[in-house]
Design a protein around this ligand. Structure first.
Ligand SMILES: NC(=O)c1ccc[n+]([C@@H]2O[C@H](COP(=O)([O-])OP(=O)(O)OC[C@H]3O[C@@H](n4cnc5c(N)ncnc54)[C@H](OP(=O)(O)O)[C@@H]3O)[C@@H](O)[C@H]2O)c1
Length: 339
């Protein structure tokens, strides 16, 4: 039960399987200077939560990530990189938000979204929630949307630009398809056959079923490849890129990151794992698309906080489609409302 000083949260105090996460009472955060306190209505359980909880970190990045995540035990015991909710209180110097504002926000590397309350800096990635959508729908724009948008800001996509999205059915992939289509791109989605309908419904022009065809062995070339799986480093896809094309490494290991600059220089193609800094403007862009019906929430399943272990188990399968939503308040939309 929440009191003035405590709140309910999903907490993990050691790294491991989904069962390390427990619903518990913890200290309610207080907004520091420049911060906004949000009463969280919804968050998502993302692959990032899976990665840090289970230390499933890309090769070579384990030591580096331990600095931020903790060595023996988690530094930040509440997971959740995003939040949608209502501003409950603001620090005295906050001018951009006021109690009662409905917002979506990226908690990012500080995590903390899987709790009844979270603090966000007013100058961070926080913006007004889309007026026409529920908290549960709106929160799905944050993790995948802001990532895909951040990477697309590194390239120019105009009508006719050919964009291949590897891992098109995940949180980032479903966002990337929609955002590339917005800009007029011709999108090829790489996914398993079971997700063909989903990616087509989001606007994909072509679909490659990776269980039947290897997109790197065909004769087709692309202007932009968005790599969301971890099996398409530059060495493998260089020949699938048009001259002057770009490989956007949403996921890469340490070697892939270190090599990218040299690969870019030598090939004349952009190879990058850097999506830049997230801002409120990035989120506001996604909200504007959503409010005009040009960007939609892709929700696979919705879980209540009490079912957090189940939610982690599902995300751990690696098969989720779009987003898994975590509900922190009373239902506002039907459970498992589908895609
Ligand atoms: N750089 C960053 O800041 C950043 C931000 C967000 C995410 N990421 C990383 O980006 C990756 C994608 O994130 P996400 O949230 O989109 O993941 P996700 O939602 O967990 O992706 C799940 C999807 O991946 C698909 N998939 C699995 N193996 C595949 C394969 N061999 N080929 C094509 N699709 C495959 C699955 O579809 P099927 O069932 O059809 O296989 C499933 O729908 C993760 O590795 C994540 O850590 C990085």
């Amino acid at each position: 039960m929440t009191t003035n000083t405590t709140m309910t949260a999903a907490v993990y105090r050691r790294f491991g399987a989904p069962e390390v996460v427990q619903v518990d009472q913890v200290r309610k955060p207080t907004p520091k200077a420049g911060e906004v306190l949000i009463r969280v209505h919804a968050s998502t359980v993302s692959v990032a939560d899976h990665r840090v909880r289970s230390r499933d970190i890309p090769r070579g990045l384990g030591l580096l990530s331990a600095v931020g995540l903790g060595v023996l035990r988690p530094k930040r015991p509440i997971l959740g990189m995003d939040a949608a909710g209502v501003v409950e209180a603001v620090a005295a110097d906050v001018t951009a938000f006021a109690p009662g504002d409905e917002v979506i926000a990226m908690t990012g590397a500080k995590f903390g979204g899987h709790a009844e309350y979270a603090c966000i800096p007013q100058d961070g990635a926080i913006t007004a929630k889309p007026r026409n959508l529920s908290f549960e729908q709106s929160v799905t724009f944050v993790f995948g949307g802001i990532t895909a948008h951040g990477f697309f800001k590194k390239v120019t996509i105009r009508p006719g630009t050919t964009v291949l999205v590897n891992g098109a059915s995940g949180a980032v992939g479903t966002a990337a398809i929609q955002l590339a289509k917005q800009l007029g791109g011709h999108v090829t989605a790489v996914t398993s056959g079971a997700n063909t309908e989903l990616v087509t419904s989001l606007g994909a022009d072509e679909v490659i079923d990776y269980t039947k065809q290897d997109f790197t062995t065909g004769s087709d070339r692309y202007d932009v490849i968005v790599e969301c799986v971890g099996n398409a480093p530059f060495e493998r896809v260089a020949e699938s890129l048009n001259p002057g094309g770009a490989l956007l490494l949403v996921i890469a290991d340490l070697q892939g990151m270190l090599r990218s600059r040299g690969q870019s220089r030598r090939s004349g193609k952009l190879v990058t794992s850097d999506q830049g800094k997230h801002s409120a403007d990035d989120l506001a862009y996604l909200v504007s698309l959503a409010e005009s019906g040009r960007y939609r929430a892709v929700i696979d399943r919705t879980y209540d906080l009490a079912d957090i272990v189940e939610a982690h188990r599902y995300v751990d399968t690696g098969r989720k489609r779009g987003n898994v939503v975590l509900r922190l308040t009373t239902p506002t939309t039907p459970r498992n409302q589908g895609l």
